[in-house]
Design a protein around this ligand. Sequence first.
Ligand code: SF4
Ligand code: SF4
Length: 231
Amino acid sequence: MKRFVSMEEISDGRLYGADDMVRAGCGGCEGCSACCETMADTIFLDPLDVFWMMQGLNRSFASLMADRIQLDMADCFLLPRIKTEPGRSRCPFLNETGRCSIHSFRPGFCRLFPLGRFYENRSFRYFLQTGECRLAGRTKVKVRKWIDTPDLERYETFVSDWHYLLRDLEASITPGDAEAVRRITLALLETFYAAPYRLEEDFYPQFYERFPAFRKQHLPGAPGPTADASC
Ligand code: SF4
Ligand code: SF4
């Protein structure tokens, strides 16, 4: 989700690239699961997160929607997030020993935290959220290592394309046009989540089979907002 905040307030004032060192290391969160206890209801899932989840759990999107994913308002559209019990924010993937039971295919948000993304000029860089991790004495680690995501360059391109698709769609809607929001929400869900992926194949070609046609159909081509922070 995007946040319009003062970077001085929430960060160390620096922007980082994938090969920069950042003080984000928290020793594998050993003995602490505070974030997974308190933030799961804010973890929205992009199409790759859901692809990983379908692969890792060997389940369809429809089946995940029954007990692991729910739709919630993300800025403008209803999009999937981790399902939590009503009024609670504990992640259902947190196991009884306080560890992530889907660590190898956890969502991008979980890989990133306590870093966030600062989007600008149709791209993004990373920033360190200084008030989020409660651990004192965090260590320096390379951003690329911290994010622990294969094929990071392709991943970053996808993240940027998905972010700006949502921002451009939002900018294309006349304020108060609930029918347009409903129509685009349904199209996003159907095209990028519910329409089956070949789980044994690479995600990115399958995403980009859908992406250009979707943009062409739903966007007149005008670029949307160019700067915001997302965590
Ligand atoms: S998916 Fe894993 S890392 Fe992410 S909030 Fe849930 S338990 Fe924590
Ligand atoms: S507060 Fe820090 S150490 Fe604890 S779970 Fe969150 S990131 Fe890990």
